[in-house]
Design a protein around this ligand. Structure first.
Ligand code: ATP
Length: 268
C-alpha cells in the first residue's frame, strides 16, 4: 500500500485522494479487489496497469460515477458517497468515453460547464478563450462537438475538467488520441496547474509519458495495487517500462505463436 508523503502532511491537510478497500464486482468478475491508494496533494500521480486491470473502474468509483460494492473514496477528506456534492465540487474529471453534450459548440459546452460549476460569467469567457487557445481548439470554438475528431473531443473534455479551477483533476487516459503538439500543451498545462497547488491523477498506458510527467505512480493489476510511490521507488534502477513488465508478469510469446502469420506461403 502506498503511503508516501503522508507522514509529513499536517493533520489538517488530508490527501487529495484516499481510496480504502475499494471493491467492485461485475457478476463473477472482480474488477477492483480491495484497492488501497493514497494520493498526496500537490502531485502529478500516474495510474498504470494492463488492459482490464481496473483503472477505469477505480477512477469511476473515485469520482462518484460508479458505486463501490465495498470500501471508501475520499477527496480532500470528503467522502464521495456520503458527501457527493462536497466531494464532487472539488474535482474536475475526464472519464473514459465521456458523453458530452455534443450538439453544442466547443465554446458553448465550456460555457455550459462553467455555469454548472458556478464560475462567474466574465471568468468563463476569459478561461474558455485561454483553454481553447492552449489546446489548439481556437479555430474550432464554434464547431459542434459532434463534428470533433477523437483527439479534439478528448481536449474539449479536458478543458471542461479544468474550467472551474478544481483542487483535484482525475483524468482517464487524457493523452489518448491526442497529437504530439497538443500533448505537449497538455503537459505544460498540467505541470503549471500542479505548480500552483493542484493535484492531478491520470491513467495512461504510455510509460515514457508517465516517467517524464508524473512525480508518483501506482501500478495496478487484477484490481489491486502492485507497487506505488515515487517514480524512483517504483522503477528502482530499471526503466519504468521494464519494471512494469516485471510487475505484471510479462512473458514473451513462444517461437510457435502466430507462426501462420509469419508464413510467406499463405493460402492466398
Ligand atoms: N460494465 C462492466 N460490466 C462487466 N465487466 C466490466 C464492466 N466494466 C469493466 N468490466 C471488467 O472489469 C475489469 C476492469 O475493467 P476496467 O475498464 O476498469 O480496466 P482498465 O484497467 O481501465 O482497462 P483498459 O486499460 O483496457 O482501459 C475488466 O475485466 C472488464 O472487462
Amino acid at each position: 500500500m502506498f503511503t508516501g508523503g503522508m507522514s509529513e502532511l499536517p493533520r489538517s491537510r488530508p490527501p487529495a485522494l484516499a481510496l480504502t478497500g475499494l471493491v467492485k464486482r461485475f457478476g463473477t468478475k472482480v474488477a477492483v479487489d480491495g484497492l488501497q491508494l493514497t494520493v498526496p496533494s500537490g502531485c502529478l500521480f500516474g495510474l498504470v496497469g494492463p488492459n482490464g486491470a481496473g483503472k477505469t473502474t477505480t477512477l469511476s468509483m473515485a469520482t462518484g460515477l460508479l458505486r463501490p460494492d465495498a470500501g471508501r473514496a475520499e477527496i480532500l477528506g470528503r467522502d464521495v458517497w456520503s458527501d457527493p456534492a462536497g466531494a464532487k465540487g472539488l474535482i474536475g474529471m475526464l472519464p473514459d468515453g465521456m458523453r458530452l453534450f455534443d450538439r453544442l459548440t466547443g465554446q458553448e459546452l465550456l460555457r455550459y460547464v462553467g455555469l454548472l460549476r458556478r464560475v462567474p460569467e466574465t471568468d468563463i469567457v476569459s478561461r474558455s478563450a485561454e483553454l481553447l487557445a492552449a489546446l489548439g481548439l481556437a479555430d474550432d470554438a464554434n464547431t459542434l462537438v459532434v463534428e470533433y475528431s477523437a483527439g479534439m473531443t478528448k481536449k474539449i473534455g479536458l478543458a471542461c475538467a479544468l474550467i472551474h479551477a478544481p483542487r483535484l483533476v482525475i483524468l482517464d487516459e487524457p493523452f489518448e488520441s491526442v497529437d504530439p503538439v497538443s500533448g505537449e500543451h497538455i503537459r505544460t498545462i498540467l505541470r503549471g496547474y500542479v505548480a500552483g497547488g493542484g493535484t492531478v491523477v491520470l491513467s495512461s498506458h504510455v510509460m515514457e509519458l508517465v516517467e517524464s510527467l508524473c512525480d508518483q505512480l501506482a501500478v495496478v493489476a487484477q484490481g489491486r495495487v502492485l507497487a506505488a510511490g515515487t517514480l524512483d521507488q517504483v522503477r528502482g534502477s530499471s526503466s519504468l517500462q521494464q519494471r512494469f513488465l516485471e510487475l505484471v508478469g510479462y512473458t514473451a510469446a513462444g517461437e510457435e505463436a502466430l507462426s501462420w502469420l509469419r508464413s510467406s506461403s499463405g493460402s492466398s
